[in-house]
Write a protein that binds this ligand. Structure first.
Ligand code: ASP
Ligand code: MG
Length: 406
């Protein structure tokens, strides 16, 4: 008897009929002899609708109240899924994140899991029940409800798999796995059979929206093998995310990721003296704004420009923070460009072979795409481009790296 942790995304539980189909799937697994803990997301676009409702009431809703509001979406789907299992004659119980023992810090809207007390879950499993856990939520030390950030149910699932010492977590979604690029943008994209944690992390943080990046981090940390597969197409094998890729695959570009909601913030004419970067990025970190690429220009007459990128949604807040720091920085002004996107080439093979960057820049140039900024890691090269050219850039690079072929 194996214990399996599964997760079903919002589109997989979008209406009553879909919930019943997922319940079928879980019931079959249970009848086959497995113990199942399934994490569910909120139905369809529920979370977006709740956010929209809140915005109709308040332009700056309290972060604490937002979390209480948003966590209800997952409670709805978890209870309905449990009822659907009851209809199938399967013993099941729904648990909120708090009831499942998920403890987090108190950073509303992007809380991090600090620990999971598995006692209650163990008791339910021992009693022969399937557990349906409301995803993307936990409880702070002060007993306040928190949420883990958009898409956080993946992280709930992988963290539960780690805590319950299940060596596999199955993420079910509306696509057939991790693709070499987003198939909606690049029709030639194909599903990957497997991928390493590091590669997946780079893909997830640079725009492959299939997986929550933090879920991959938790998987890597606790060595939880993650299967990403289609909920309704049971013939598609899906993609395995695990420690090692095979030797041959380790030598290639694995995928192209993109983001189309990127903003650039430039602090102009900053005096070039020690401590400037610290004074700028400390308050941004304190405001929990995650800064992506950072570029400091060579200084001219003791003054330099400092540019960084953030998600478009964070731009207004980032500018607020920077403006407050301007006097201390002795900087002149902040300018922004909110109309950008990124395209990234990812693969472990890049660490050792120098030709990848040249191939990438040549392909973008041939495609008439201007590069605004470049950043790299060991296994990734990212270019900032105009938002309107992101889709073209993805297609051009997919072709240049021959990703349409096995
Ligand atoms: N319902 C939340 C969201 O839409 C969490 C999740 O789906 O994982 O972001
Ligand atoms: Mg969702």
């Amino acid at each position: 008897m194996a214990l399996v942790v599964q997760k079903y995304g919002g589109s997989s539980v979008g209406d009553a009929a879909k919930i019943q189909r997922v319940a079928d799937r879980i019931a079959r697994r249970v009848r086959g002899g497995d113990q199942v803990v399934a994490v569910v997301s909120a139905m369809g676009d529920t979370t977006d609708e709740l956010i929209d409702l809140a915005r109709q009431i308040s332009t700056r809703p309290s972060a604490r109240e937002m979390d209480v509001l948003l966590h209800t979406g997952e409670i709805v789907s978890s209870t309905l899924m449990t009822m659907a299992l009851h209809e199938q004659g399967i013993a099941a119980i729904s648990l909120t994140g708090a009831q499942a023992g998920i403890h987090t810090d108190a950073v509303y809207g992007r809380a991090r899991i600090s620990g999971i007390d598995t006692e209650r879950m163990r008791r339910e499993l021992d009693a022969g029940r399937v557990i349906i856990v409301a995803g993307f939520q936990g409880l702070s030390e002060d007993f306040d409800v928190t949420t883990l950030g958009r898409g956080g149910s993946d992280t709930t699932a992988v963290a539960l798999a780690a805590a319950l010492k299940s060596d596999r977590c199955e993420i079910y979604t509306d696509v057939a796995g991790i693709f070499s690029a987003d198939p909606r943008v690049c029709p030639a994209a194909r599903p990957l059979r497997d991928i390493g944690y590091d590669e997946m992390l780079e893909l997830a943080t640079t725009g492959a929206r299939v997986m929550h990046a933090r879920a991959v981090e938790v998987g890597a940390l606790y060595d939880v093998e993650i299967l990403v597969a289609s909920t309704f197409d049971e013939t598609a094998p899906g993609t395995i995310i695990h420690r090692e890729t095979t030797m041959e695959q380790a030598n290639k570009v694995r995928g192209i990721a993109h983001q189309s909601q990127v903003a650039k913030v430039t602090v102009r004419a900053v005096p070039d003296r020690p401590g400037i970067a610290a004074h700028l990025f400390e308050p941004l970190a304190a405001a929990h704004i995650s800064v992506d690429t950072i570029v400091q220009n060579a200084s001219v007459e003791g003054l330099t420009d400092l540019t960084f990128t953030v998600a478009s949604d964070d731009m207004a807040q980032a500018v607020d923070v920077v403006r407050k720091a301007l006097p201390e920085l002795g900087a002149e002004d902040v300018v922004t460009d909110g109309d950008l996107g990124t395209v990234s080439v990812v693969g472990t093979g890049m660490a050792s072979a120098p030709g990848y960057a040249a191939t990438m820049f040549r392909a973008l140039f041939d495609g008439g795409i201007n590069i605004e900024l470049i950043s790299t890691s060991d296994i990734r090269i990212t270019c900032l481009v105009r938002k309107a050219q992101v889709a073209d850039a993805v297609r051009v690079l997919h072709e240049a790296f021959a990703l349409d072929r096995e």
